[in-house]
Design a protein around this ligand. Structure first.
Ligand SMILES: CC[C@@H](C(=O)O)C(=O)SCCNC(=O)CCNC(=O)[C@H](O)C(C)(C)COP(=O)(O)OP(=O)(O)OC[C@H]1O[C@@H](n2cnc3c(N)ncnc32)[C@H](O)[C@@H]1OP(=O)(O)O
Ligand SMILES: [Co+2]
Length: 139
């Protein structure tokens, strides 16, 4: 497996609108598009642009969302995951599983339209890692 770019840092928030305002006011950040729902992932999403990566603001879509569980422990939200690109998600899952990692579920389509999968935080010293297949146009 070959580790790719840091695609985004996921940040859990109880209010995407308030977080956008914070990133705009304090950092002069640009928002990419407008917030959108991804019910299959249990989240509402919006991306903040940075020169070398993106911040993925994620708000619970409903109470069964993994972000709802995260906010129950930390109501103000905070850094939730980091997302690295990989060239081939199935190969990454096979190799990481063979090397003892715990992959959380099967690959599904993420916010960038390519397959994603999550690796349990215990495999990375308490950091939840998302792997995302690099979009074909970026290869
Ligand atoms: C926008 C779509 C998509 C994209 O395209 O980018 C996304 O990013 S969606 C993002 C939201 N989706 C997910 O997070 C899916 C993967 N997450 C999970 O499967 C679960 O949240 C989890 C990581 C397995 C935890 O769920 P669960 O076991 O039910 O929660 P607990 O509260 O019991 O936690 C167990 C254990 O793990 C620690 N934990 C939980 N969340 C995180 C986290 N984000 N970062 C680091 N550690 C985390 C938690 O503290 C517990 O630790 P211990 O107490 O030490 O056991
Ligand atoms: Co993500």
């Amino acid at each position: 497996m070959k580790l790719g770019r840091l695609n985004h840092v996921g940040v859990a928030t109880p209010s995407i609108e308030k977080s956008i305002e914070t990133y705009r006011t304090l950092l002069g950040a640009d928002v990419i598009g407008t917030p959108f729902d991804l019910p299959a992932q249990g989240v509402k999403v919006c991306f903040i642009d940075a020169p070398n990566t993106q911040i993925e603001l994620i708000e619970p879509y409903d109470e069964s969302s993994p972000i709802a569980g995260f906010l129950r422990k930390d109501p103000a939200g905070g850094q939730h995951h980091v997302c690295f690109e990989v060239p081939d998600i199935d190969q990454a899952v096979a190799e990481m599983t063979a090397n003892g990692a715990t992959i959380l579920g099967a690959p599904r389509i993420g916010a960038h339209g390519t397959p994603i999968v999550f690796v349990h935080p215990r495999d990375f010293g308490g950091m939840l890692v998302e792997l995302m297949e690099t979009p074909k146009e970026d290869h």
